[in-house]
Design a protein around this ligand. Structure first.
Ligand SMILES: NC(=O)c1ccc[n+]([C@@H]2O[C@H](COP(=O)([O-])OP(=O)(O)OC[C@H]3O[C@@H](n4cnc5c(N)ncnc54)[C@H](OP(=O)(O)O)[C@@H]3O)[C@@H](O)[C@H]2O)c1
Length: 370
């Protein structure tokens, strides 16, 4: 089969096409990976929305005007001209929406490698690093779809919770109970954040969401309170509070900054409301700060030691996956979409935002079963 790449118009994320090209020969030091399956959530749409500004288009370049959205998933080696990379070795990492990809593995250990392709050199290492499944303590074949969907989201959520606690909730907990408000509360990253925050004393964790997702957020049980975006007046305007913004909705951010006179910190995490993004000029209250997960990883790795950091993250991860998949009340129900048409329709559904938040979509352009 030819190489298949799912391309998205950079100017209109709703316009897509499948590009088919013949296989290119491998250069010395390269390996060809079959992309078996990958997750698609609003996080990937945000990569596309910020493709230029944050260089997400730079990972897997395409021809003029078109982009290849990076996704998290699994790939196996199908051909190798790289010593130390063997056929059938399986890896987890940042992949294109394609059926295969050629990488240039460097800095190999038994557990991981870094793609040394020249065009990726300036991009952050967290995205250039691939973990070998058989040596990865986070990997469990029984729950690997949940791993593709949740792992990058969970890691960020765990770090957000740690960052807020590390900063004593910016003083919001000192005088009675402080509010911590999360937008796009039905998103996986937000509810994973709330899952951790809800255990912290002295704060009330509030999920803000759209009317269609209010009941889902209530049922999760990890928010102390949930409310729709137009119900901010239910909350005392003088209460000490924080805003953790997954929606990126400019009007909502302005409404929160205007109403809450004791807003202690405003953290920008995401942009799920892709049609309502906007700048923060002349905003009342604190300047929104972009959350940068690698900075908190670096800080905690230095303070706790890299092994202790990994151990804490790992045990939190295992507990969270079990909760999310708990058959009694699953937060995540995994669905598979195989082949170009199914991939295109899953992409359109995720882009639209009118999706059941329980869904976790696993996609594949590979020929065999995913
Ligand atoms: N900075 C970081 O390091 C980092 C890391 C991970 C994730 N994130 C960000 O966190 C956000 C959540 O990602 P996720 O993958 O967890 O999302 P997800 O689970 O796929 O989120 C789905 C929810 O997002 C909202 N939504 C999605 N598309 C929408 C649209 N077109 N219009 C309006 N609302 C829409 C809806 O929530 P509501 O109805 O509740 O609004 C929907 O239920 C993303 O923006 C992602 O980039 C950032």
């Amino acid at each position: 089969m030819a190489v298949q790449d799912f391309l998205v118009s950079k100017a209109d994320l709703g316009a897509t096409r499948l590009r088919e090209t013949p296989h290119a020969g491998l250069g010395e030091g390269e390996a060809r990976f079959g992309v078996e399956k990958f997750a698609l959530t609003a996080n990937n749409i945000t990569y596309a929305a910020f493709g230029e500004a944050m260089n997400y288009w730079g990972f897997y370049p395409a021809e003029d005007g078109w982009g290849r959205i990076p996704v998290w998933g699994f790939a196996s080696v199908i051909e190798s001209r790289c010593p130390g990379i063997a056929v059938d070795d399986r890896y987890y990492g940042f992949l294109p929406m394609s059926n295969e990809v050629v990488l240039r593995p460097q800095r190999l250990t038994s557990a991981r490698f870094v793609d040394g392709a020249g065009h990726r050199a300036a991009l952050h290492e967290v995205y250039n690093s691939y973990s070998r499944c058989s040596a990865d303590p986070f990997h469990d074949a029984r729950t690997e779809d949940a791993e593709a969907i949740l792992r990058p989201l969970f890691t960020t959520s765990w770090l957000i919770d740690d960052f807020m606690a590390d900063n004593a909730f910016f003083g919001a907990t000192g005088h009675g109970t402080g509010l911590v408000m999360l937008s796009s509360a039905s998103s996986k990253t937000a509810y994973a954040t709330a899952y951790h925050l809800a255990r912290r004393p002295g704060i009330e964790v509030v999920g803000l969401t759209s009317p269609a997702n209010l009941e889902f957020c209530r049922r999760l049980g990890c928010y102390h309170r949930v409310a729709t975006y137009d119900s901010l007046d239910e909350f005392d305007a003088n209460t000490a509070c924080l805003y953790i913004d997954f929606a990126g909705n400019a009007a909502l951010r302005r409404a929160i900054h205007t109403r809450f006179t004791n807003l202690r910190y405003s953290s920008s995490i995401g942009g799920t409301h892709v049609d309502q993004l906007g700048g923060a000029r002349d905003l009342p209250g604190p300047r929104p700060v972009l959350f940068f997960a690698p900075a908190q990883i670096k800080k905690r790795s230095a303070e706790w030691g890299p092994d202790a950091f990994q151990q804490r993250l790992l045990s939190a991860w295992r507990e969270f996956v079990a909760t999310a998949l708990d058959s009694a009340a699953p937060w995540l129900v995994i669905e598979h979409y195989i082949g170009p048409e199914a991939v295109a329709s899953a992409y359109a559904a995720v882009l639209s935002g009118h999706d059941d938040p329980r869904r976790g979509r696993m996609l594949s352009l590979a020929a065999g079963p995913a």
